[in-house]
Design a protein around this ligand. Sequence first.
Ligand SMILES: C[S@@+](CC[C@H](N)C(=O)[O-])C[C@H]1O[C@@H](n2cnc3c(N)ncnc32)[C@H](O)[C@@H]1O
Length: 280
Amino acid sequence: MTVPPLQEDERSAWSSFIASLCGVRLDASKGYLIESRLGALLRETQSGGWRELLQKIKADPTRQLQAKVISAITTNETSFFRDQAPFQLLRHKLLPELIDRRNRERIKPVPIRILSAACSTGQEVYTTAIVLKEVIGDLSGYDIRILGLDVSQEAIAAASYAHYTQLELTRGISPLQLSRYFEPAGSQWKVRDELRAMATFRQANLLEPIAIPGRFDIIFCRNVAIYFDEPNKIRLFKALGRLLAPEGALLIGSTESISGLCPEWEPQRYLRTLYYTKKR
Ligand SMILES: C[S@@+](CC[C@H](N)C(=O)[O-])C[C@H]1O[C@@H](n2cnc3c(N)ncnc32)[C@H](O)[C@@H]1O
């Protein structure tokens, strides 16, 4: 079955539907993305056309078709130690300062809470776990929890499975880190239990209310807001502000900025990296 071309009125209906599912904004120039990424679903569901497929998805009580649309449309591009600089900031400034603060508070075991909003297939979460292990060494006096959230069920399943190919690991992981933090699993490598134990993953749409008890010391929200329109960006960063502990830090993507969008966030600079704290 050949995939029929998407007409302009269909593109518009699909764009609105996709935006309502996950906030991802696909303007008129992105019709080809809908055709190329959802063509397989059109064939799989034996739909006669784009309108029929949309109706089937909206009528599906299991929401499995919706989940497939989200997984197909979202861009899950990520890697270990992506962009390096945020992890230098974490290693040399944010974590040492956080640990000093906790030591002054004398809370035992030392709680550390980190959120990876839009964690994709888990590389950002496990990179953070590696940095924590390398900074702290013996983790026994610590209660470390890193939560990964993503709207894509497929991405969350892959993140929880914690298996990566050699190629995925070559992008960012040194041979020493490979032997320390991963173990062979068939043709892949599996994250070792000590790191895995720090991480939990949950499917969640960042544009819907996020019910999480407690606050985070550090929030990563990188390379997801770029897909949202301005009102949704503002909504997202306001929501993250409510999840951040008073002295916490927000890290966004290297090409992103929230200056001018959200006055409640104050940009901070460490070497050549920008991060944000909440204004008091
Ligand atoms: C390009 S990846 C970024 C991954 C990682 N943060 C990084 O920078 O390497 C973008 C991720 O955002 C997720 N995403 C898109 N819209 C979302 C939403 N509304 N709520 C949660 N996650 C979303 C996608 O599923 C995808 O995994």
